[in-house]
Design a protein around this ligand. Structure first.
Ligand SMILES: O=CC(=O)O
Length: 313
């Protein structure tokens, strides 16, 4: 049987690389000295792409690969893929929903607790020997605070369920009101931010949700409010976030994602009310393996003419 050329866009866990290499001829784009030349050199044979949340395929890449049949993304977020172009050209797209929902929701709760209870700052306090000179300052309670969620999809819902266990009233904004939930719906993010104490971004990134958290929204959340972003960096207007935090117009932030990863605004480094994570929402051994199995399973299904496991396009 002819071996199938799969273009891998970036390094991923070795389990996934090995499983792909057992089945396909894997071409590693990141090892090429000149990426566009590499794509040109292999354009006649590449039939699949494997990318992740940070590495997708734009129209130019898709157009450059005339034999491309499928793009299997090792992520739930697909904002780096030109989905319209894929639809137009009949290229299938798969992603990794569900298997990562718990992980991301757990991390959102972790970030809320870390910001409100100053977990990272307390840890630094102990390590630096400051405890010997006096107790750490009082922090803020999570239990009972109102949590507002932008995007009540799979991940948003999982965050809501967890926050309910902390006796938090839950409210949300999404494009349309969900008929079968008891959570309070607000038809705008501004209204949501005005009526919650912790605002969590959990929607997917699209042209409509870019900068959905802007200056007005941050001001509405206010000096006691906390913003948690486990979605995508561009959901939040980052320069506005920095000034809201520096000027004390926003109470705190827990961030797993940034507008220009891995760049993080340095003004945030000295703020004790901010917790900064390096985009690790799904980054556990268990979840990354489950995601890898879906990436491979989708390719296998496609190349054996079976229904895709988690198709998006
Ligand atoms: O960011 C992670 C993902 O989209 O899966």
């Amino acid at each position: 049987m002819e071996s199938i050329d799969v273009l891998m866009l970036c390094p991923m866990i070795s389990y996934l690389e090995q499983e792909l290499q057992r089945r396909y001829n894997v071409l590693k784009l990141w090892t090429a000295p000149e990426k566009s030349q590499f794509i040109k050199d292999h354009s006649a044979t590449i039939r699949a792409i494997v990318g992740d949340g940070g590495h997708g395929a734009d129209a130019e890449m898709i157009e450059a690969l005339p034999r491309l049949e499928i793009l299997s993304s090792n992520s739930v977020g697909v904002d780096k893929i030109d989905l319209e172009k894929c639809r137009e050209k009949g290229i299938r797209v798969t992603y990794t929903p569900d298997v990562l929902t718990d992980e991301v929701a757990d991390l959102a709760i972790g970030l809320i607790l870390a910001v409100l209870r100053r977990l990272c700052a307390s840890d630094r306090y102990v390590r630096s020997g400051k405890w010997k000179k006096g107790d750490f300052k009082l922090t803020t309670k999570f239990t009972g605070k109102t949590v507002g969620i932008i995007g009540l999809g799979r991940i948003g819902m999982a965050i809501a369920k967890r926050a309910e266990a902390f006796n938090c009233p839950i409210c949300y904004f999404s494009r349309t009101e969900k008929p079968d939930t008891k959570y309070k719906y607000y038809p705008s993010v501004l209204e949501l931010a005005s009526n919650c104490q912790i605002l969590v971004v959990a929607c997917s990134l699209t042209a409509e949700t870019r900068h959905i958290v802007n200056r007005e929204v941050m001001n509405a959340l206010g000096p006691k409010g906390v913003l948690i972003n486990i979605g995508r960096g561009p959901h939040v207007d980052e320069p506005e976030l920095v000034s809201a935090l520096v000027e004390g117009r926003l109470g705190g932030a827990g961030l797993d994602v940034y507008e220009h990863e891995p760049e993080v605004p340095e003004e945030l480094f000295s703020l004790e009310n901010v917790v900064l994570l390096p985009h690790v929402g799904t980054a556990t051994v268990e979840t990354r393996k489950a995601m890898a199995d879906l990436v491979v399973g989708n390719l296998e299904a496609h190349f054996s003419n079976k229904p895709l496991l988690t198709p998006l396009v």
